[in-house]
Design a protein around this ligand. Structure first.
Ligand code: C5J
Length: 228
């Protein structure tokens, strides 16, 4: 088993391709396209486009190397039985979770808005994980999937940096996974939250993870392919 090194903060990380998964968080129309959940909350959804290209690079490299790939989708059952009333009621969105919108019912599974954007469409055999919360471990079978796959390291990208990406990294860290955020493959509606969110992960000697970027991840995987 070849160990390869990933350039990262606060320090480089040695990892193996067989025990590492790429986790792409919530790259859904509901967050990235006009008319979805993100826009109903008053956000400029175009800010999230910056993460698409770097996510594509990371995904292509992971696929070429045979890494486990996991795509998550935040959303709820059509009857909203898994949507906490406090989540539905919060804020003053123009449309609430479950309301009809231009891409179907907001943040509801099976609706067009709930789907992953075409640029990052999952391939057959890749895990698509539906999650009702912000963290990918909450009320899902992610931990079982990772344990069965022998995974100890999670390379995490997607949206939004300070909400679902952060929550998943914190959850993964507490469960013993080594979690790495790919900075340029994450994005936020709030550029300052993105920057500070990444700094928080790597501060204090990597208090709950590492921060790298898509190019460093691709370089590491290419070096693994050369060594094989
Ligand atoms: C949010 C997410 N921001 N995927 N969800 O509500 O970060």
């Amino acid at each position: 088993m070849t160990e390869i090194q990933l350039r990262a903060l606060p320090e480089p990380l040695d990892f193996s391709t067989v025990s590492t998964a790429l986790v792409i968080i919530d790259m859904q129309r509901d967050f990235l396209e006009p008319g979805g959940f993100g826009e109903t909350l008053g956000n400029d959804v175009s800010l999230l486009q910056a993460a698409v290209g770097p996510c594509q690079q990371a995904l292509a490299a992971a696929r070429a190397t045979g890494l486990m790939v996991i795509h998550t989708r935040e959303g709820h059952r059509p009857d909203l039985s898994d949507a906490p009333p406090a989540k539905i009621a919060r804020g003053a969105p123009s449309r609430r979770i479950g309301d009809p919108g231009p891409m179907g019912r907001i943040l509801v599974r099976g609706e067009p808005g709930h789907g992953i954007i075409d640029a990052l469409a999952p391939l057959p055999g890749e895990v698509v994980l539906d999650k009702p919360g912000k963290g990918a471990f909450h009320a899902t079978d992610l931990e079982q999937i990772l344990r069965n796959g022998g995974i100890d390291t999670l390379i995490i990208c997607g949206v939004t940096t300070e909400v679902c990406v952060h929550t998943t990294i914190r959850e993964g860290n507490d469960r013993g996974y080594r979690c790495v955020a790919l900075a340029d493959a994450c994005a936020s509606y709030f550029p300052e939250f993105h920057r500070i969110g990444l700094e928080m992960i790597a501060a204090q000697g990597g208090i709950f993870g590492w921060v790298s970027d898509a190019s460093a991840f691709c370089d590491a995987l290419h070096s693994a392919a050369r060594a094989a």
